[in-house]
Design a protein around this ligand. Structure first.
Ligand code: F6P
Length: 359
């Protein structure tokens, strides 16, 4: 297949339908085409901007108590309408709905489950910033109740996101690498433009909401401080920081050129494990990152191995370039075992003479 000439349908026929495998004859490719149709419709709605009459608050709140924007609700409807009828799904979960969405009786049930965040980073909407949609596909085993969705992310059969930026892209994995398709707007096709994306193992770029620093755990503070120390610190090179406040935009940048994205465990809201939701944010993004050679952890374990306990469960997320994420994981281990004392002592931290050896 050549970049620039392969449409999404061609790619899926080649990758799934013509290859012997569990998903070859079960309609996964048709389901992904319906997801892509939702994305095209959302892209068209977003492009209208304020002229579409969809800006502003819907004056309702989602299950997390967050204010819903009109576009959160409209994009949720778009996903439901495009995907409920095709006979391929047994149920859906969305950030914007409290429980599992049962397929209406008028339509046949299928073998897959779809979890999605229809509009990620929606605080960027009113400022014409980058937003996205994220989705995850599991195979149903039994009935499509909550338990069917509460499985470790490694069981996903497909995951992806759309990024609505200067161009709209669909980034997808069906378990054979991570691939990017660009929407050719005048024709309406997604065309393969980024095949087999690989995340560089090393990087000098990190993304974190630094306003939360006082709530972070020591291993995260240690990592970020070392990055900020740059050439004069133990990392002996300068780092750059980014924060777009849209997970899709941060993960996309990391897939394109490497880096680390962190929404770690913090103590701002002690009852919450992290900020990002497992089923339709952390899990699909971790799948894409791992399929591109990167790494994704909570700090203490691989995200794809975590079995969620609730549909909207939150989880700490640290993902991106393998060597950097592994380092942050090591810092968590050293902290938990009490082996990171040189850093936690103010004396050693302040005096360059006593800075720990480069690691
Ligand atoms: O809820 C998800 C999200 O919008 C992510 O896309 C983004 O990374 C994060 O929240 C932004 O958080 P904050 O408001 O702390 O910048």
């Amino acid at each position: 297949m050549q970049d620039g000439r392969t449409t999404l349908s061609k790619f899926l026929i080649d990758t799934l339908d013509r290859k012997p495998g569990p998903e070859s004859a079960s309609g996964l490719s048709a389901l992904l085409i319906d997801v892509a149709a939702s994305i095209k419709t959302i892209s068209a709605a977003l492009t209208k901007g304020a002229l579409g009459g969809n800006y502003g608050s819907a004056e309702t709140h989602n299950t997390h108590g967050e204010e819903q924007k009109k576009l959160d609700l409209a994009t949720n409807e778009i996903f439901l309408q495009h995907c409920e009828w095709d006979g391929l799904l047994a149920g859906m979960v969305s950030e914007e709905m409290e429980g599992v969405y049962a397929i209406p009786d008028a339509y046949p049930r299928g073998e897959y489950l779809l979890a999605f965040d229809p509009l990620d980073g929606s605080s960027n909407i009113d400022i014409n910033g980058v937003v996205g949609s994220i989705f995850s596909v599991l195979r149903v085993n039994g009935t499509a109740g909550d338990a069917a969705f509460l499985r470790p992310g490694r069981e996903q059969v497909a995951a992806g996101y759309a990024i609505y930026g200067p161009s709209t892209m669909l980034v997808l994995s069906v378990g054979n690498g991570t691939h990017g398709f660009t929407l050719e707007r005048d024709v309406g096709n997604f065309v393969l433009t980024h095949s087999d994306i690989r995340i560089p193992e090393d990087s000098c770029e990190f993304a974190i909401n630094a306003s939360n620093e006082r709530f972070w755990e020591p291993p995260v503070r240690r990592y970020v401080q070392e990055c900020k120390d740059g050439k004069s610190g133990c990392r002996q090179r300068d780092f750059n920081m980014r924060w777009i406040a849209s997970m899709v935009a941060e993960v996309h940048r990391i897939l394109m050129r490497g880096g680390v994205f962190m929404y770690p465990r913090d103590f701002k809201t002690p009852a919450m494990q992290g900020r990002l939701r497992m089923l339709y944010e952390a899990s699909p993004m971790s799948f894409l990152v791992e399929q591109a050679g990167g790494m994704s952890i909570t700090g203490r374990e691989r995200i794809l191995d975590v079995k969620p306990q609730a549909l909207h469960e939150r989880v700490p997320v640290i993902l991106g370039s393998k060597n950097e994420v592994a380092r942050i994981g090591r810092y968590h281990g050293e902290y938990d075992r009490g082996e990171d004392k040189p850093y936690t002592s103010p004396l050693f931290n302040e005096r360059s003479l006593f800075l720990p050896d480069p690691v």
